[in-house]
Write a protein that binds this ligand. Structure first.
Ligand code: ATP
Ligand code: AMO
Length: 476
């Protein structure tokens, strides 16, 4: 028997017989002769009518069908009908199945730790364990969802979120490959920390030595540039041992990194990054309308991500600081080069920019040197600034990048000024790479989980991560 996917079931099937394999989303018994099963496959649901009105369906079968545990897999054969009046909902099919056969394919446990239908309600403003909603149904908190992630991922919203996440990875690679860039996979077990001293996970037993999990592919993508690769990219895991318990920090995330030579000025690469992100956003909005509409039922901002005129608003870092100061925000620390923008300042700037410039996508260029890593190229005329940039979506950082130091002597001096030893075991291969000459280059790193989160207007980066790792969570 040919099996039809629920998502493919369109009006051309009306009055035809089909067989589907799907989960039981819920059951409702109307009478001894009539029951309704809501069937679900990858977030898509359709109503199946089990009516004891023909030879095919007995009263016993009606009774048995409603006794099946919710979430069990069944193979259902039936005639496709168009109910009148139609079912009006984005995720529920406007078609219906008049069941002729049902087989149990895989039984679900009677007592699920949480129900998919409970997880399929919009998240409340404030989550507390044991809370119930206006109708008295239990509110499933993010913690419960993540603890039971295999069930949680079955919801229509999560199915849509991870379709979009997969698309972002694909679109990133598609754009870079079209631009002639080559994809690499650089080592994740390293002899030294990448981004500076702190925040690395140690691998204790590397055959008698200590190793570290890579904090980014930074040094290797630059070594590939020194190896005449000219333009490289990587999609891979990034590990950060930071005890950051925030809505946007993970201990392991997927990095989308690229690095390339430029001909005249690092703004060629800044412009490339800008068009790369515009491409990703526009293609998502064009190709994934249905998924965005599903996410929007739960996260109302999903559909309103706005890029004005197909470009990023380009500001210098201190232009951004000025916008904040003019709005009455205290920027003394930033004016005195003490700290980078705080998350609260970033978010406020995002709001002000949306109000003033009508866009959710902008870049800050020329960051202060003191808040950037050692490999960053200093500004040609102002030693307090650097040729580096961050891109923001809805007021939060999604990408960091910069022109890099490509001269070995300059790099050694920069490392020493940050207390790093260029001749140490961990750094000498990196520094050596520049001793044979290396073209000027720049690049950037995006967090996949963050792009998905901010594009869709989710509340938490964990919602854009299938099995998140944070300081409190090492399972599932
Ligand atoms: P990066 O990717 O470079 O780490 P980021 O912006 O995500 O960039 P940080 O630069 O580490 O993260 O920190 C940026 C901001 O995040 C800080 O200004 C700080 O406000 C906030 N932040 C980081 N860690 C924490 C924490 N543990 N608690 C609250 N806020 C934090
Ligand atoms: P940075 O440290 O800013 O830069 O990281 C790049 C991007 O990765 C994402 N990101 C994170 N996502 C989730 N959890 C985290 N803890 C986390 N930290 C960072 C953000 C961020 O913009 N080597 C440089 C990149 C470069 O210059 O090419 C780097 O790693 O989206």
């Amino acid at each position: 028997v040919k099996i039809t996917h629920l998502k493919k079931l369109g009006e051309e099937y009306v009055d035809k017989e089909v067989t589907v394999i799907s989960r039981i989303h819920n059951t409702r018994s109307q009478s001894a002769k009539l029951a309704f099963l809501m069937l679900r496959q990858q977030g898509k649901t359709i109503q199946a009518v089990v009516a004891a009105n023909s030879e095919a369906v007995s009263r016993q079968m009606v009774k048995w069908s409603v006794s099946l545990n919710v979430n069990s897999f069944v193979r259902v054969t039936g005639i496709v009908k168009k109910p009148d009046p139609p079912v009006a909902s984005a995720s529920i099919s406007n078609l219906e199945l008049q069941v002729t056969k049902i087989y149990l394919v895989a039984r679900a446990a009677e007592q699920l730790p949480m129900q998919v239908k409970d997880a399929e309600r919009p998240p409340p403003a404030k989550e507390e364990e044991g809370q119930v909603d206006a109708e008295g149904a239990p509110i499933v908190t993010l913690k419960t969802r993540l603890d039971n992630r295999v069930i949680d991922l079955q919801t229509e919203c999560n199915q849509a979120i991870f379709t979009i996440s997969s698309a972002v990875e694909g679109l990133f690679a598609e754009y870079l490959r079209k631009a002639g860039s080559r994809q690499f996979n650089t080592p994740k077990i390293l002899g030294a920390a990448t981004e500076g001293g702190s925040g690395v996970f140690e691998v204790k037993n590397y055959f008698g030595k200590s190793g570290f999990l890579a904090q980014s592919p930074q040094l290797y993508k630059q070594m590939l540039i020194a190896a005449d690769c000219e333009s490289v990219f990587e999609v891979g895991p990034v590990f950060r041992a930071e005890n950051s318990n925030t809505h946007r920090h993970l201990c392991e995330f997927t990095g989308l990194d690229f690095e390339m030579v430029f001909d005249h000025h690092y703004h060629e690469v800044l412009g490339f990054a800008e068009q790369l992100i515009v491409f990703i956003v526009h293609e998502l909005q064009a190709r994934y309308k249905d998924e965005i509409a599903v996410v929007q039922k739960y996260f109302p901002r999903a559909g309103d991500f706005r890029i004005k005129d197909g470009k990023a608003l380009r500001l210098k870092y201190f232009d951004g600081i000025k916008i904040l100061r003019d709005a009455g925000v205290d920027t003394t620390e930033q004016d005195n080069f003490v700290t980078d923008l705080t998350t609260a300042q970033e978010k406020r700037l995002g709001q002000l920019i949306r109000e003033k410039y009508d866009t959710d996508f902008y870049v800050l260029d020329e960051f202060p040197m003191c808040v950037r890593p050692f490999y960053t190229k200093v500004h040609p005329t102002d030693p307090n600034l650097s040729n580096s940039y961050d891109f923001f979506m809805r007021g939060e950082e999604i990408m960091s990048g910069a022109q890099r130091i490509n001269d070995a002597a300059e790099l050694e001096a920069a490392m020493r000024s940050k207390g790093l030893d260029p001749n140490s075991e961990g750094f000498q291969d990196y520094v050596n790479a520049f001793r044979q000459g290396c073209r000027p280059h720049a690049g950037g790193g995006l967090g996949l989980n963050r792009i998905v989160m901010f594009f869709l207007g989710l509340d938490n980066v964990r919602q854009a991560t299938p099995f998140p790792r944070d300081p409190q969570r090492l399972r599932p």
